[in-house]
Write a protein that binds this ligand. Structure first.
Ligand SMILES: [Zn+2]
Length: 81
């Protein structure tokens, strides 16, 4: 039996840093599974291992560039929390 853990977290928009409330789901080992944006105006960005959010007003290209800037081309697990 495994039970996922849901936490309320605050994350900044990847593009402009505006803060959004998220519910983030982790598995019992603490691995990120999924997130849900609770604040209006935010959209979830599909990214492995990280809860990411951006304002819905940003273009897909803006968001992609921001993700690359923050994580490099590949999003992986080497980031220390
Ligand atoms: Zn933003």
């Amino acid at each position: 039996m495994t039970e996922n853990i849901t936490k309320g977290e605050t994350h900044g928009c990847i593009v402009c840093g505006k803060l959004y409330q998220l519910y983030v789901v982790y598995d019992p080992d603490g691995k990120f599974i999924d997130s849900k944006i609770m604040s209006a105006g935010g959209v979830k960005i599909k990214a492995e291992n990280h809860p990411l959010v951006a304002c819905e007003t940003h273009s897909g290209e803006q968001i992609e560039r921001a993700v690359e800037r923050v994580f490099g081309h590949h999003i992986d697990e080497d980031e220390e929390e």
